[in-house]
Design a protein around this ligand. Sequence first.
Ligand code: ATP
Ligand code: MG
Length: 555
Amino acid sequence: MSEERSLNFIEQIVTDDIANGVNDGRVLTRFPPEPNGYLHIGHAKSIALNFGLAQQFNGKTNLRFDDTNPVTEDTEYVDSIKADIRWLGYEWAQELYASDYFEQIYEFAVTLIKKGLAYVEDASAEQIAASKGTPTTPGTPTPARSRSVEENLDLFTRMRNGEFKDGEKTLRAKIDLASPNMHMRDPLMYRIKHTHHHRTGDKWCIYPMYDFAHGQSDSIEKITHSLCTLEFIPHRPLYDWFIKELEIFPSHQYEFSRLNLTYTVMSKRKLKQLVEEKYVSGWDDPRMPTISGLRRRGYTPASIRQFCERVGVQKREQMIDLGLLEFCVREELNKTANRVMAVLDPVKLVLTNYPEGQVEEMTAENNPEDAAAGSRTLHFSKTLYIEREDFMEEPPKKFFRLGPGLHVRLKNAYIIKGESVEKDADGNITTIYASYLPESKSGGDHSGMTVKGTIHWVSAEHAATAEVRLYDRLFKSENPSAEEGDFKDFINPESLQVIKEAYVEPGLLQAKAGDRFQFMRKGYFTVDPDSTPEKVVFNRTVTLKDAWAKEKGKA
Ligand code: ATP
Ligand code: MG
């Protein structure tokens, strides 16, 4: 937390609670993912909030898998969630599973039945919905509402024993069919699902609903501050009602706004569609807003934490510009990533007056922002590669790069002057010829010339070949979920461009997956796990400047 910033409203609540001796000043939060997909950047906000709050107030955070829905959950997701939280830099006090509380939650339900506060319902989901009334008209009781305690206890036991089919019975709380809050109109507590559960196997065929599992799990763990997103505000009276009637530990729920990012979809259901329908290569495709995708894209844990810190915690829904996330990683990599030269769209450059067969060793600083990063040696020779876009045959006035008669500096080497070109039958330039100024060598330049432009290069005989994957935003719409029709119609068709043969400094052959670099003048790149000893594959994390912001400015 930066020192100048004032407390957000949740920090204020915790500060007040501690001052008032609530729970003897103890702070215990939880992060409660449902293991039905991979974590995304929205979850990172919740993780940073829950774990950050505990760190700040000397508390602890539990990791609780909210695995009460057997249909969609899987251990693959459990493992990925744990790996992602640790990668973000957080460690939980306890790893817990809501399914471990099934017996206790069942006993809670029996308690409410005995108090006359829950009943077994025969009506179907449609019938229940139809009898619930509307926000302005009260609901009508179903015949089951007046069942005796004994009958309810018997039926609920038989539900557990598997005597009924899916949907044949449910357990409902008996609260208030006229409540202005629809969630209080005898909400469901249990449903029947004859489905195998990834942890409890076939032990259970009845499963508690979210509302009758979440608060109860919080209470069992003695969570002090249960943080969730705004859509749970109307559930809070129910959360409190169950705890009050069960006379169990009074956990409290607080709501904050979920993170929404431009040019992104965030719901796991939609992300899963992108994976299953092969719009992306997997949950960790570098275009995905998942933690594993961002990691593969080259994002660092610190940049994601920094992003969450900058986004802050609010009570109102908001849309955050994807540019802020990019800004955070750019800012960090500028300080930490070594600079290297990589030519992504190569064209051959021959220095006509450079001695044939001569090779010079040039010294190049690794990171001007970090003296401790040291320097490396680059080989320089007669034939080089430069970017095609750095040469123009008929340059306009302010083109400070290479052209016939134009001077430019080759980074860490010499000033050169463009001479002529060679073209293929289609008129494409195949070779550029230039001469170099021997007295202009970097570090000992006594040519007396100043040039405006510096371009990057690699020596043709020394360069290594690399594959470079240029990623851009996955959607061309700012808010694909709000568009009419299918969100997938708004996928950016140019979100991935693969360069099969880029030329890079040979030292990069030693780079390992996850290493990060600044390709000078081109952006920040990271080594993809698809790399082999013969061929390195790079992913572009982010460009050096926000190209889309410029685009917008034009419009
Ligand atoms: P999704 O709709 O993407 O499936 P979810 O809320 O169902 O998300 P959970 O696994 O239940 O996903 O979420 C775990 C925790 O992360 C919850 O406390 C939830 O509120 C929080 N969370 C999920 N998405 C966001 C988001 N976009 N911003 C902030 N917190 C989020
Ligand atoms: Mg959920």
